[in-house]
Design a binder for this molecule. Structure first.
Ligand code: NDP
Ligand code: MG
Length: 382
């Protein structure tokens, strides 16, 4: 029986994690749930899973939830302090981190320091603090198990191999809802258009990131840290059917990949049960139904987000933090209809241009860089 702390339990990955728990009640026990402000959903989850500790980021939501679940006697804690308690809760063995955005960094570091196994969905954490997280996890002998579908596929394809046998990583991308569109087409795309992902149903932020290809840029950085490879050894391959979830090419030219129906419960379950595999209801793939799979090069002229991610990776140090923070703010502004779709890469680029790289930033410098990026964006009219 593994005891889980689920950070971001009310979101897309969080709720699917709880579906896995529901399917395997003998194998998992939820001891902590944490989320931002969705009190209705959290109350439902608390009544079903009976955790020992609950965190709501918002003070107001925490107070509201506390009243609503007063009959249960379960503690509710707010804010970053609450999130850190959730990440380090004594009785948890595994912390599944599925909060959205850079808010995930500090709880992840705290969880590793407390010796928890990490199932990592929150990619922004590795993008901005991979140079802190990976050595810390190695020092603490804590596994970081990828939940992001591509990274799970790569991880699965690496089982039983030796580091020196790897030639390159083939990171697949669906291309999102705007694949094949020109810059002119993109000028008029609305929030609704961008939220309309062809293959995956995910949270709003990552869905916009998929439309802009920023998500793939973040995933290249995530892969660099998770698998210790360089950017030149990672090739992004557009594969619109989302059946091959990524692959590894070995030095003899063999390509080993993981295929399956697009369902996040598989990578979640693989991370939670690793190294075992267990049955998953309704997840069999019918190759006859799939029929054909196609592959193309990404259009990085039209989708500037991916090129900017490469530039941020090449610049290194604090630049990926600027890339990520600028994107987080730009996506929030786009969702709020304050800017147009093509202004997302424009804001990222302007933020990167005005930043002077800090080499090997510690946590304090990463958070300062995040804030400075927000201040820069807020100080201009877009
Ligand atoms: P959602 O927006 O669906 O969910 C985000 C979760 O984080 C919610 O539970 C939300 O709570 C919580 N949250 C937000 N802010 C805070 C905060 N300040 N403190 C505590 N909790 C907070 O996102 P997704 O599930 O789609 O994505 C989560 C992460 O996983 C992202 O980093 C994403 O890139 C990554 N990912 C997601 C995939 C997917 O299929 N969805 C695939 C691969 C990676 P509330 O609802 O209460 O506000
Ligand atoms: Mg992914």
């Amino acid at each position: 029986m593994k005891r889980l702390s689920v950070l971001g339990s009310t979101g897309s990955i969080g709720t699917q994690t709880l579906e896995v728990v529901r399917a395997y009640p003998e194998d998992f026990k939820v001891v902590v749930l944490a989320a931002g402000s969705n009190v209705d959903k959290m109350e439902e989850q608390v009544r079903e899973f009976h955790p020992k500790l609950v965190c709501m980021w918002s003070e107001k939501a925490a107070a509201d939830l506390k009243n609503r679940i007063a009959d249960t006697g379960i503690s509710v804690v707010p804010g970053m302090d609450g999130l850190l308690q959730a990440a380090t809760f004594e009785q948890a063995d595994v912390v599944l981190t599925a909060v959205v955005g850079m808010i995930g960094i500090q709880p992840t570091i705290a969880a590793i320091e407390a010796g928890k196994e990490i199932a990592l969905a929150n990619k922004e954490t590795l993008v901005t603090a991979g140079h802190i997280i990976m050595p810390l996890a190695a020092a603490k002998k804590v596994p970081i198990l990828p939940v992001d579908s591509e990274h799970s596929a790569i991880f699965q394809s690496l089982q039983g191999s030796k580091r020196e046998e790897i030639k390159k990583i083939l990171l697949t991308a669906s291309g999102g809802p705007f694949r094949g569109k020109t810059r002119k087409d993109l000028e008029h795309m609305t929030v609704q258009d961008a939220l309309n992902h062809p293959n995956w149903s995910m949270g709003r932020k990552i869905t916009i990131d998929s439309a802009s290809l920023v998500n793939k840029g973040l995933e290249v950085m995530e892969a660099k840290w998770l698998f210790g490879v360089e950017r030149k050894d990672i090739e992004v391959v557009v594969h619109p059917q989302s059946i091959l979830h990524s692959a590894v090419m070995y030095r003899d030219g063999a390509v080993i990949g993981q295929m399956g129906v697009p369902d996040m419960k598989l990578p979640i379950q693989y991370a939670l049960f690793y190294p075992d595999r267990n049955p998953m209801e309704g997840n069999d793939m019918d190759l006859f139904q799939v029929g054909s799979m196609t592959f193309e090069k990404p259009d990085i002229q039209t989708f500037r987000g991916l090129q900017l991610a490469y530039d941020a990776l090449d610049a290194g140090g604090s630049m990926p933090t600027v890339f990520n923070a600028a994107n987080e703010m730009a996506v929030a502004m786009f969702l709020d209809q304050q800017i147009r779709f093509l202004q997302i890469p424009e804001i990222i680029e302007a933020s990167m241009e005005q930043h002077k790289v800090i080499e090997n930033p510690d946590l304090g410098k990463i958070l300062e860089t995040e804030q400075a990026t927000y201040d820069f964006i807020k100080g201009k009219t877009w």
